[in-house]
Design a protein around this ligand. Structure first.
Ligand SMILES: NC(=O)c1ccc[n+]([C@@H]2O[C@H](COP(=O)([O-])OP(=O)(O)OC[C@H]3O[C@@H](n4cnc5c(N)ncnc54)[C@H](OP(=O)(O)O)[C@@H]3O)[C@@H](O)[C@H]2O)c1
Length: 459
């Protein structure tokens, strides 16, 4: 195991010694003096050796797949903040948002957050590394992170802030509060399917949807009260049993059960004890049922909303396809705190299209208008948004290790084939997740002098 200054003993080959030395020195000197990171970044070039670089997919402007360039001369990022972690990425999932961000989607909001929250060296928009989540191994930690939480060598997973550099690279830096230890039962490729969709579903259903929140509090209450040495998941199981004895299971509908969000949310809702109905195309019906859905309806065959009207009304609808609120609101229970949650939100697009704060005002008006109608029926209309969440990652890892959530992989792409993966995901006819195997290195790397890249980054 590597302690911050135990550089000489670091012999795992996953991190060049020069970088370990540099991180160790600067973590101890400068993380305590955060503003000094400016000087630390400037100092970087004095440590530049060939070993200090990694392979990464970068873009220097927004556009199509032709903008993606694979370099092997990108500087390995350093831990600049006390609560950050440097991770060697083994695998990352490919999401629709990556193709959209490649085209410039969300740029206005991302730049605003970069200006507000990022350190000096991270404020540049380009060169930009996409890739929203990862499974990998901790290489270095900020000074504020206790060894009991994360230490070099730990296997972790997570999805970080979307305005920071992403995970289509050999190394990435992420806030320690946004990751957890990865499930022990899964290898990196399987694990990488989950953090981004997992954090989105957690946020949509639990944080913003407040669907499982009460169940969750209850679970923690039980845990605090029982000093039994049972595992966290055993508590969850006993909770579920007890919940079902005293209350009816909640009825949930997932529109679009076959994609990344759909396959994950069905399993999460089932793990929380809900009864789940889902819609998908005919070829995916069996898979959706295998994942635990109680009812799967083929939306290509019949008027699926007519079919859904014949079923008992729902407590919750998660729409992973579009904003189908017109058809969905009548499917919800009335005056029972039922909610419709769509992942198709105009939040980022409004900010791209209109000057601040006009975009936010537009967004507020849309949300308000929907809710004025919904509240008259005792229902709510909500938006699900991705939010990084290390606590959610930890809970999901426990559900995975307990066999409650399985990875659903459509295809694994070697690192050099990112463009093919993005093209496939952009078709939106996905079945589960596409994964980029970052450890499966690579051909056709474009060589470019590091100083040249610096020049580009600063123009
Ligand atoms: N707001 C946020 O923060 C956030 C975060 C993550 C994702 N999202 C959004 O959520 C959506 C889903 O993401 P994802 O990763 O799950 O995408 P995905 O993997 O492409 O899945 C979409 C799935 O929906 C199916 N589908 C399409 N039309 C359908 C319909 N009318 N009825 C039922 N199923 C249908 C597709 O298969 P077929 O077309 O073959 O039927 C596909 O399996 C995307 O629009 C994404 O941008 C938003």
């Amino acid at each position: 195991m590597v302690t911050p200054l135990d550089v000489a003993s670091y012999n795992e080959g996953s991190m060049p010694k020069m970088i370990v030395l540099k991180n160790a020195l600067f973590r101890n000197v400068q993380c305590s003096f955060y503003p000094l990171q400016v000087f630390r970044h400037t100092n970087r070039k004095y440590y530049s050796t060939q070993e200090a670089y990694m392979s990464a997919w970068q873009i220097h402007q927004y556009g199509g797949p032709e903008q993606l360039k694979l370099y092997n001369t990108v500087e390995i990022p350093t831990v600049q903040r006390p609560w950050d972690v440097l991770v060697k990425v083994h695998a990352a999932s490919i999401n629709p948002i990556d193709g959209m961000m490649l085209g410039g989607y969300g740029a206005a909001t991302m730049n605003a957050f970069r200006r507000l929250t990022c350190s000096f060296s991270e404020k540049n928009e380009f060169p930009l590394i996409l890739g929203r989540d990862f499974s990998g191994v901790v290489v270095a930690t900020g000074k504020a992170i206790p060894q009991s939480k994360f230490k070099p060598g730990d296997e972790v997973w997570g999805a970080g802030d979307p305005w920071r550099q992403g995970a289509f690279a050999e190394y990435t830096v992420v806030n320690a509060l946004q990751i957890s230890h990865k499930p022990k039962q899964l290898g990196h490729t399987d694990a990488a399917t989950m953090p981004y969709v997992g954090a989105t579903c957690w946020s949509a259903l639990c944080t913003l949807g407040t669907f499982a929140a009460s169940q969750h509090d209850w679970k923690e209450h039980v845990e605090a009260k029982t000093s039994r040495s049972q595992s966290l998941f055993q508590s969850t199981s006993s909770f579920s049993v007890q919940l079902q004895q005293t209350t009816q299971p909640s009825l949930a509908l997932v529109i679009g059960g076959s994609g990344g969000i759909g396959t994950f949310s069905i399993q999460l809702l089932k793990a929380w004890g809900a009864e789940v109905t889902s819609t998908c195309a005919g070829d995916a019906v069996m898979k959706v049922l295998e994942l635990g859905a109680d009812i799967a309806l083929d939306y290509t065959k019949e008027d699926v909303f007519l079919e859904l009207k014949r079923l008992p009304q729902f407590d919750l609808i998660l729409d992973a396809v579009d904003d189908n609120s017109e058809q969905c609101m009548p499917l919800l229970k009335k005056y029972a705190n039922a909610r419709y949650i769509t992942l198709k939100t105009p939040f980022l697009r409004n900010n791209d299209d209109s000057l601040f704060p006009l975009g936010l005002i537009k967004t507020g008006i849309t949300l308000g208008t929907h809710n004025i109608k919904a509240l008259q029926q005792g229902q709510t209309y909500r938006w699900g948004l991705f939010m990084p969440n290390g606590y959610a990652m930890k809970q999901i890892a426990e559900l995975v290790d307990a066999g409650k959530i399985l990875p659903v992989i459509e295809k694994v792409y070697p690192f050099s084939k990112l463009s093919s993966g993005l093209e496939k995901v952009a078709t939106k006819h996905n079945r589960g997740k596409s994964v980029l195997d970052v450890s499966d290195q690579h051909v056709d790397v474009q060589h470019e002098e590091p100083e040249q890249q610096h020049a580009q980054a600063n123009t």
